[in-house]
Design a protein around this ligand. Structure first.
Ligand code: SAM
Length: 236
């Protein structure tokens, strides 16, 4: 039986890259298996063959609902714009994807951005800023990578490995203020960190950047600290 049209782009792509997108019903059913994680603003998800982001998009939607709920101060009933902004940036920064096809990667970034911006505009209204939008675009450019999830290298426009390894940034708020820390790790280093790998292999889950005790073992390449609305100032 042929998959429905919105799940394939062409026969050639199906046979060359196994490109069949997952339908919404299956996406939701699978995500419901780890529902509490999908509703936790800062839980990290990596999709190693993300396509146009069917899973990541739904996870972001769920996380933004949680961010909205959490940003309502007691007895007000209305989300606090600054709090929603910070939580929604946390939500975006927790999502990672890799795909071989540059058009899928671009579509995935745009799709996640549009979902985030729709909520950002609706909740922050006049307090929404171009700076924060630039930060989210930057984070998505870093987190959704055009690469080969098997060789862990970036690829060119013909899906051939380049000499550049895939690098992921760990984003966090370690100081309890608006400063965001970015630490870059090579994907190969993250996967070779024994305890992290063991945990992911055993359970299918685990934090990319930490072992089961929450300790970060892998060695990072670079570290940056800035206000979260200015993460783009350091460039790549
Ligand atoms: C079956 S589709 C699934 C897409 C998405 N996960 C979904 O469920 O809708 C597989 C995707 O993997 C990508 N892909 C195939 N081989 C890959 C590789 N070695 N590294 C990264 N992506 C790959 C294809 O380009 C395609 O987008």
């Amino acid at each position: 039986m042929q998959p429905p049209k919105d799940q394939v782009k062409s026969r050639e792509r199906v046979s060359a890259f196994g490109e069949v997108f997952t339908a919404e019903r299956e996406v939701n059913a699978m995500l419901d298996l780890v529902k509490p994680e999908t509703e936790r603003v800062d839980s990290r998800f990596l999709e190693p063959a993300c396509g146009t982001g069917n899973f990541l998009a739904e996870i972001l939607r769920r996380k933004l609902v949680a961010a909205k709920r959490q940003s309502v101060p007691p007895r007000t009933g209305k989300p606090h714009p600054a709090e929603f902004e910070r939580l929604s940036v946390t939500a975006v920064s927790s999502l990672y994807g890799v795909d071989l096809m540059a058009d899928n990667v671009e579509a995935c970034r745009e799709r996640l951005y549009a979902i985030w911006d729709g909520q950002y505009e609706a909740i922050c209204k006049g307090e929404a800023s171009a700076e924060c939008r630039g930060a989210v675009r930057f984070i998505l450019r870093r987190n959704i990578v055009c690469g080969n999830a098997l060789t862990l290298m970036r690829v060119d426009e013909n899906q051939q490995d380049t000499s550049e390894p895939i690098v992921f940034s760990e984003w966090s708020f370690p100081f309890n203020d608006t400063r965001m820390q970015r630490r870059d790790f090579s994907f190969a280093e993250l996967l070779s960190s024994a305890k992290v790998e063991e945990n992911i292999r055993k359970t299918g889950q685990g934090d990319l950047f930490a072992d089961e005790n929450g300790e970060v073992k892998p060695t990072f390449l670079k570290q940056y600290i800035s206000d979260y609305r200015r993460v783009q100032d350091y460039g790549d």
